[in-house]
Design a protein around this ligand. Structure first.
Ligand code: HEM
Length: 481
């Protein structure tokens, strides 16, 4: 049965759905992938639609997400050309696991992050190698010390405050409201003592500019930086103001008396277990920048997509409201409620599957073999959670919004490694996943307990490529339940 690639794929399809995929099948499939690629870089097929000289620029420009989702290369890897540069794109779960976990030591950050490092600094998102590993241990140690119940309480407070300001029939820009909500939660978690008005306004404004413009800043050619009227000026200026405000807040905290019960004081107090040293103020600022950039955009986009999907799937919305009513009974959410909001979490899982990161970018830092292909040092590679999550061999009718797929054998625990990677994997896996999960569950339950969100008829929402695909705009009408 497994003697042909088709047979192997059919077996994977069936076994992924039933969760009975055996190691032997996986191994055989990897071997087939390796044989079909014959092991050399040149034998990795180019993605369809390549134009001489321009490569795949047109597809990437016009319909990047649909292009990614359409790629089902034999062997799980395909070459995408942007002019004269190539990126090797992984769309197969086994190879994604190899690149993110088992071979991660031979992969660094790559060109895009090099372009962002001078503006964003050297926090977890942009750093690599030993510095990244050391910083990651310290940041994780601080984040793990934040009491979960406290984070839930902060999230509830901000979500309640948000919906208390809505009026029945009012148009809410859900994308912006969710951005403000998750940023507000993160800022209170970091600076429990509160921020003065101007610092808070500056952080809100600059974080929005910097996180939304990061992709454009990263992929435009470096020579544009030197133009007297560079298109990056406003972006770089916002990043510089953000650094300035964060530096001032860290300095202020150093001089303040008393104990602070927040993430900033935890980050300041953690010590490297090997050297016993604390993080410098510059490193702390870079880590705060990394959290602001990664934390707000992904979580707010996921929340906005959740209200969008619920509005398009009334039965799922009814079930979710029923669950919220039963569990909360009209009172604000508590930490103990989170585990009982089971259908709400299934909805979030399904939203995050459908709207996850288009690309996780890497560059080989040493020769390495992935999917049987030998990569020399310095090759750009990308793993696409977006493409993996829309793979029909792994998820039946992958474009359909089906929260209940997470209740059955198809659910995440029984999927093969690398098949569900909304938070990445391995030593670069998201450090804020638990934070995000709490605030998103609280936000959805709190909004749905009181409000029904109806799409505004005058706007057709488009998915815009970003680190996490975001809606171009999401106006919705808030109707009181
Ligand atoms: C739905 C919400 C979120 C999603 C989908 C998400 C997704 C991701 C993904 C896919 C990565 C890995 C990137 C890679 O491998 O190149 C990542 C890394 C990261 N995330 Fe998140 N994230 C979310 C929320 C958050 C939050 C709330 C925070 C902060 C509190 C955060 C902080 C970070 C940081 C600092 C990294 C870099 C980790 C490293 O490289 O060691 N994220 N995130």
């Amino acid at each position: 049965m497994l003697s042909s690639p088709r047979g192997i794929l059919t077996a994977l399809d069936h076994s992924a759905r039933t969760g009975r995929r055996s190691d032997a099948e996986a191994k055989e499939r990897r071997t087939m992938a390796a044989l079909s690629s014959l092991g050399s870089l040149g034998s990795v097929p180019a993605a369809p639609g390549r134009i001489p000289l321009a490569g795949h620029v047109l597809q990437l420009w016009r319909r990047p997400l649909a292009f990614l989702a359409s790629l089902r290369p034999k062997g799980g890897m395909v070459r995408v050309d942007v002019g004269t540069s190539s990126v090797y794109l992984v769309t197969d779960p086994d190879l994604a696991h190899e690149a993110l976990v088992t071979k991660a030591a031979s992969l660094g950050r790559g060109r895009v992050y090099e372009r962002l490092r001078p503006v964003l600094g050297s926090g977890l998102v942009t750093s690599e190698g030993d510095v990244h590993q050391r910083q990651r241990r310290l940041v994780l140690s601080a984040l793990h010390r934040v009491p979960a119940a406290e984070h839930t309480a902060i999230s509830v407070h901000h979500a309640e405050e948000l919906i208390a300001a809505w009026r029945p029939g009012e148009m809410v820009r859900v994308d912006e409201a969710m951005f403000d909500l998750v940023l507000g939660i993160l800022l209170e978690a970091v600076f429990s003592s509160g921020l003065d008005r101007s610092a808070a306004a500056e952080i809100r404004y600059s974080t929005r500019v910097v996180s939304k413009g990061a992709l454009a800043r990263a992929i435009t050619p470096q020579m544009l930086d030197r133009l007297p009227r560079s298109p990056h000026q406003s972006y770089d200026a916002a990043a510089a103001r953000l650094r300035f405000v964060l530096d001032a807040l860290i300095k202020e905290r150093r001089g303040a008396e008393g104990d602070f019960d927040d993430l900033l004081s935890l980050v300041m107090s953690v010590r490297d277990p090997e050297t016993g040293t604390a993080m410098s103020d510059g490193r702390i600022r870079d880590e705060l920048m990394a959290m602001l950039m990664s934390g707000t955009e992904a979580a707010s986009a996921t929340l906005a997509w959740t209200f969008h999907e619920l509005a398009r799937h009334p039965k799922a919305a009814d079930r979710l409201r029923e669950e919220v009513d039963t569990v909360l009974g009209g009172r604000p959410c508590t930490h103990d409620d989170l585990a009982r909001l089971e259908y709400t979490q299934r909805v979030l899982n399904e939203v995050i599957r459908l709207h996850s990161a288009p690309l996780l970018l890497r560059r080989t830092t040493a020769p390495v073999k992935i999917g049987g292909v030998h990569f020399p040092e310095g090759i750009e590679l990308a793993i696409s959670p977006y493409a993996v999550h829309r793979n029909p061999w792994l998820f039946r009718f992958p474009d359909r919004f089906t929260p209940d797929r997470w209740r059955t054998a198809e659910g995440s625990r029984l999927l093969p490694h690398g098949a569900f990677i909304p938070f990445g994997d391995g030593d670069r896996r998201c450090v804020g996943d638990a934070f995000a999960w709490t605030e998103m569950t609280v936000a959805v339950a709190t909004v749905c307990s009181r409000w029904r969100m109806r799409p505004a008829y005058w706007h057709t929402v488009r998915e815009v490529p970003a680190a996490t695909p975001r809606p171009d705009a999401m106006p919705m009408i808030a109707e009181r339940r």
